[in-house]
Design a protein around this ligand. Structure first.
Ligand SMILES: *[C@@H]1O[C@H](CO)[C@@H](O)[C@H](O)[C@H]1NC(C)=O
Ligand SMILES: *[C@@H]1O[C@H](CO)[C@@H](O)[C@H](O)[C@H]1NC(C)=O
Ligand SMILES: *[C@@H]1O[C@H](CO)[C@@H](O)[C@H](O)[C@H]1NC(C)=O
Ligand SMILES: *[C@@H]1O[C@H](CO)[C@@H](O)[C@H](O)[C@H]1NC(C)=O
Ligand SMILES: *[C@@H]1O[C@H](CO)[C@@H](O)[C@H](O)[C@H]1NC(C)=O
Length: 407
């Protein structure tokens, strides 16, 4: 899961429901403020070789600065790479909780001992064992518009019931106190297969533990190295860049919705196997969501892309929004998708999805038909793991830009 669609506060309470969920609503984007100033006047983030024991120069100049830290990530792999998750710890003494670091959402939520049978497969946080836990008593719910797997989300099948709280959160050894968080008190059945307990939103506005660490002097950026399962070694670096993970330089593109929670880049062009069409040269804002594995494009864009790959890719009627092709045809099919973007200097660059991403595996109801990576979804254009795992990515909150280096 990754992208939040909706949040409906259920119980009025002394502390007002947090606004941030609704900022993630695509329809509200246009009305949110544009803090263009965020784009300038910030120093270049330091590039830190993490193996080095030498403190970055700037760290010694800023008395209270925190050094970056790296958290190893595990890959939730079910025939295809779905999500990457790692541990944070919550409470005093700390309880280890695994979360997806999700650039498509803003808040922290994880299973609690208040969640009964619907959370039986998850490690649950026990608030009674934390001396620093504060119950904020507000309840709310959150519904995601992208799910755990590769199937389209239908109705409210990815919905969490939440209770607000605060506690100490530790990430890679860095400690933030009084972090706003949400305990999951029940969840829809679709979450049960998750090997992790929750979600840490990593939106384009620093929130929660990340905001707490920035207040202590941590640089306001984080980096993701989300590798295919066969390669492993995935990691999140909070506050820095692990330059040991890529050769070459980072290309940065400006967030097209600065000042909002969303990570979006404007794409002027999509090409398939080097060819494009007028429809694919339409400018579009593409959401970058590390919590979603596949791709969502509008129906016309999806079909235009598939038409350039093979006429044999057809809609899979039993799961509206999905497409498929005989698995036997996949190995020979060229399906290189170039997503065009423009960097902060106005220069064009592509993020390239190799042919190996075309199949996300057979449909359960048609084992000889393989599902293809793009789902049609009108109203939201979004890329996730299938793009991000081919690049080292830097999510620069301070400068409102995303950097990419090929890996
Ligand atoms: C999270 O911590 C647990 C121990 O509490 C460990 O078994 C597990 O491997 C860790 N997961 C990740 C993804 O690092
Ligand atoms: C915390 O402890 C109290 C008192 O023992 C108990 O009633 C309550 O159910 C516990 N809460 C949770 C979330 O486990
Ligand atoms: C960088 O290039 C060197 C030399 O070609 C190679 O050995 C190394 O594996 C590369 N590192 C990464 C992270 O791609
Ligand atoms: C991006 O991809 C398109 C189509 O393959 C290609 O024509 C274009 O030259 C590429 N742009 C860059 C900057 O590499
Ligand atoms: C692929 O599509 C073409 C026509 O569009 C058809 O003739 C051919 O039989 C299809 N191949 C398979 C394996 O479905």
């Amino acid at each position: 899961m990754g992208f939040i669609r909706d949040n409906l506060p259920k119980v009025a309470s002394p502390s007002p429901p947090r606004m941030l969920y609704s900022l993630s609503l695509p329809l509200l984007l246009v009305s949110t403020c544009h803090a263009a100033a965020l784009n300038s006047h910030h120093p270049t983030p330091h590039v830190i070789k993490l193996q080095s024991r030498v403190a970055p120069r700037e760290a010694t100049l800023r008395r209270r600065a925190l050094n970056p830290t790296t958290v190893p990530l595990a890959d939730f792999f079910l025939g295809t790479d779905l999500q990457w998750y790692g541990n944070i710890s919550v409470g005093t003494p700390p309880q280890d909780i695994s979360v997806v670091f999700d650039t498509g959402s803003s808040t922290l939520e994880f299973a609690s001992t208040m969640c009964k049978s619907s959370c039986d497969n998850q490690v649950r946080f026990d608030q009674n064992k934390s001396s620093t836990f504060v119950d904020k008593k507000t309840t709310s719910s959150i519904t995601f518009s992208t799910g755990v797997g590769v199937d389209p989300v239908i109705g409210e099948n990815y919905r969490l019931e939440l209770r607000a709280a605060e506690d100490t959160v530790t990430v890679g050894g860095l400690v933030a106190k009084n972090v706003a968080l949400n305990l999951i008190t029940s969840q829809t059945a679709k979450f049960a297969i998750n090997p992790f307990s929750g979600i840490q939103g990593m939106s384009a506005q620093a929130e929660g533990f990340f905001a707490g660490l920035i207040a202590q002097g941590l640089p306001s950026l984080f980096s993701l190295y989300v590798t295919p399962n066969a390669i492993g070694g995935a990691e999140l670096t909070v506050g820095g860049i692990d330059s040991s993970k890529f050769n070459g330089t980072l290309t940065y593109a400006p967030n097209s919705t600065p000042g909002t929670a969303d990570w979006t880049l404007t794409s002027p062009m999509i090409a398939v196997n080097g060819k494009t069409t007028p429809l694919l040269r339409r400018s579009r804002d593409v959401f970058f969501d590390s919590g979603t594995s596949n791709i969502l494009f509008s129906t016309d864009t999806t079909e235009a892309i598939y038409a350039l790959i093979s006429p044999n890719i057809t809609a899979h009627a039993s799961e509206p929004g999905t497409y498929g092709i005989a698995c036997s045809l996949i190995p020979t099919l060229p399906a290189v998708i170039d997503l065009g973007f423009v960097d902060t200097n106005g220069k064009a660059f592509n993020l390239t999805i190799p042919s190996s991403e075309l199949s996300v595996g057979p449909f359960a109801d048609a084992p000889e038909t393989c599902q293809t990576l793009i789902n049609a979804f009108d109203g939201l254009e979004l890329v996730g793991g299938s793009v991000l795992k081919h690049y080292y990515s830097v999510w620069d909150v301070g400068k409102q830009r995303i950097g990419f280096a090929a890996i």
